[in-house]
Write a protein that binds this ligand. Structure first.
Ligand code: ZN
Length: 697
């Protein structure tokens, strides 16, 4: 999705650039103000820039409304209350703000509320679901239930729950993760807000009543402990949301998917299965997590010096495996990366990790240990900027200076469609330049070691197994791109689910159920709310300006106009950022100043100040487009001296006042003095704004 945006943007740019004109053109200043051969072209170009920016933002904010005509429509025979299920997010791509709403009469529960770290807009950290529909039924919301503790399933909670409060249900580990992200959330919670959590046992078939519903969690294997399927018994029937899963027959923590329970639930009858679709296009079965164990033992046996292993920060079973291997080899472990340390502390507190005393050493102590005696486990396997491994690769780490003989292992694969491949590639280049040997999973055959990573998601045969265990009446693929979900739907049909009983939903589509029917009946508003590094929501207006600034730059013109004469009191002050480098464009700047002088002389006294600003902005936009083929954001600042009141017509009043009170006028600085003062003030202001880089005109 992000790649498409970029492509659309680039195409837009190609289309809108006109042939550049000679910058000496129009220097005589004879063209009437605001008119010219290419004024229309300038306006159109500017509009295109705005449209491009709007399109990029809109692809996140307003999701396209799907055509319901294409949907299977059966007329409900009975008018009994219906169960509504709405995918508020995650129906358009894997790893994105997954969120599903279940609503029946006066009760509603939300399953998962993730964030989307793949939003590619300037200054934006992630997106969360637009929850305006949820707010409209706020009084019905009884609970949030989380399938597991990955951010694309829980990362939206600190934004959403304080606004629409309800207890959060989940397994011990998932609730530990929820508490962790609330604690680490950058912004204060609203007054009086209390995080309420309910921890459920995923092994005992414990069932809790929530409004008209009963909820049960069932253990599944994934790449984070405590992953669960959510079983929701509703008055209309039983529905199941799988969360993220794989059916690992031999997981590192020996806690297999509870297939017996899933089969038993299927035997009792399931109205609808909502199954995640992330890697349904992968044939066969995902290899067991335990297949990578020997590879790490081999590397620890053979590496000549220190070993650095990067992996996803929440994959605690893999951290445990590395701890076991290190202990076996008499090595200490140093952990680095804030998110990993935070999750490990939580996991230890809840008894998920078995760490022999003295195994961990501080990262700062690594340089003092023998190279053979230490393994560093850290974040950065996706080449994330400012992650622990990235800082080491760039030589910016406080404690670690990588050296030849060091070994780095990336125990992960690039997240599909994330664009992380190039980040990882650049990081591995930097590591290689330091003479470090880098093991990557994709090259493990060349390196003569076993696999270094396995996916946390199922492959095709396991997705089929899930359908066959549950044997639902209706099947709805969720948490994946449309095309991937369609594959999943076809797989369900192959497994014997009638095609008319399957639907591939879009975000916001209302799927209504009776005990015998399923149909899409309408839409609720959905979209993305954008969040910056501090956790604050960022308005789309701000993002649009950022996109325009990034594409076209900014030009500010500061004019000091003498009210009496209606002409410039000083040379125009021009500030350009991200537009053109003014030192290299002296001819254009000279022409630009001449043009500004002429504009002031012709128009300032004839129109009021607001009108003059509008005209000036249009005129400058036109002038710059004509000479450069670009449409920067133009900010006119007009400083009027020599009288009170507005521009233009106000000038004569100011003159009268001064004439009528000569004694006072003598103490009032002359307009030249004011102009000089203002000029100085602007220079100081600009120097402050732009630092040493300020250009002095
Ligand atoms: Zn997950």
């Amino acid at each position: 999705m992000n790649n498409n945006n970029k492509a659309a943007n680039q195409n837009g740019n190609q289309a809108k650039r006109p042939v550049r004109q000679n910058s000496g053109n129009n220097n005589n200043g004879s063209a009437p103000l605001g008119r010219g051969a290419s004024r229309g072209a300038a306006i159109r170009a500017q509009k295109r820039s705005h449209d491009d920016a709007q399109r990029v933002i809109s692809s996140y904010l307003d999701q396209p409304t799907p055509k319901n005509e294409d949907r299977p429509r059966a007329n409900f025979i009975d008018d009994s209350p219906r169960l509504k299920v709405i995918g508020l997010g995650g129906m358009d791509g894997g790893g994105s703000k997954n969120m599903m709403l279940v609503e029946y009469m006066n009760d509603a529960v939300v399953i998962d509320a993730g964030n989307d770290l793949g939003v590619d807009l300037p200054g934006i950290n992630y997106g969360i679901c637009d929850v305006s529909y949820l707010e409209s039924i706020k009084h019905k919301v009884r609970a949030y239930i989380v399938t597991h503790g990955h951010l694309d399933h829980i990362g939206g909670l600190p934004h959403i729950v304080p606004k629409i409060p309800a207890p959060i249900y989940g397994s011990t580990f998932s609730i530990g993760r929820v508490e962790e992200i609330f604690q680490n959330f950058g912004l204060p919670m609203p007054d009086g807000f209390q995080l309420q959590t309910v921890t459920m046992n995923e092994d005992t078939h414990e069932r809790l009543k929530i409004g008209n519903f009963f909820v049960e969690l069932v253990r599944v294997t994934h790449s984070i402990p405590g992953s669960t399927v959510v079983v929701l018994d509703t008055p209309v029937g039983r529905i199941i949301n799988t969360g993220d899963f794989r059916l690992d027959p031999n997981p590192l923590d020996h806690e297999r998917t509870d297939t017996e329970r899933l089969t038993a639930l299927g035997d009792e009858g399931v109205l609808a299965l909502f199954s995640e679709s992330t890697t349904v296009e992968r044939a066969g079965r995902t290899p067991s997590e335990s297949t990578i164990q020997q590879s790490f033992v081999d590397i620890m046996n053979n590496a000549p010096g220190r070993i650095f292993i990067a992996l996803f920060s929440t994959n605690m079973n893999r951290v445990q495996m590395l701890v076991n291997a290190a202990v076996h080899h008499n090595k200490k472990i140093a952990l680095d990366g804030r998110s990993m340390v935070s999750t490990l502390e939580m996991a230890v507190r809840h008894g998920f990790m078995k760490i022999p005393k003295g195994t961990f050493v501080p990262i700062a102590s690594v340089p003092n240990l023998n190279d053979q005696d230490v393994v560093v486990v850290c974040t950065g396997s996706q080449g994330e900027p400012s992650s622990a491994l990235q800082r080491m690769a760039n030589g910016e780490h406080r404690h670690i200076k990588l050296k030849e003989q060091d070994t780095v292992v990336l125990s992960s694969s690039p997240i599909p469609e994330s664009g992380n491949d190039s980040l990882i590639g650049a990081m591995v280049d930097n590591l290689s330049r330091k003479g470090v040997h880098v093991f990557e999973h994709r090259n493990h055959d060349i390196d003569g070691v076993g696999p270094l990573h396995v996916s946390g998601h199922a492959s095709r045969d396991e997705y089929a197994d899930m359908i066959n265990m549950i044997r639902p009446k209706f099947f709805v693929p969720i948490y994946g791109a449309y095309r991937v979900k369609q594959r999943h739907l076809e797989l369900a049909v192959e497994q014997g689910i009638p095609r008319k009983n399957c639907v591939n939903p879009e975000n916001g589509e209302i799927i209504e159920f009776t005990p015998n029917d399923m149909q899409v009946t309408g839409n609720v508003p959905v979209g993305t709310v954008l969040v910056d590094q501090t956790g604050e929501i960022v308005s789309s207006v701000v993002i649009k300006d950022r996109l325009l600034l990034a594409e076209e730059g900014l030009v500010a013109v500061v004019l000091t106009v003498d009210k009496k004469t209606g002409s410039l009191a000083t040379s125009p002050d021009i500030i350009s950022r991200g537009f053109i480098y003014m030192r290299d464009s002296e001819d254009l700047m000279t022409a630009f100043r001449t043009e500004l002088k002429r504009a002031v002389q012709q128009r300032f006294k004839r129109v009021d100040l607001d009108r003059f600003k509008v005209e000036l902005r249009e005129h400058v936009t036109h002038f710059l487009f004509e000479h450069t083929g670009r449409s920067p954001i133009v900010i006119p600042v007009i400083n009027v001296i020599g009288g009170k009141g507005g521009a233009g017509g106000g000038a004569s009043n100011a003159s009268k006042q001064q004439n009528g009170q000569p004694a006072v006028a003598a103490e009032v600085p002359t307009s030249e003095q004011i102009a000089a003062q203002q000029q100085k003030r602007f220079e100081e202001m600009r120097a402050k704004l732009l630092g040493q880089d300020a250009r002095t005109d």
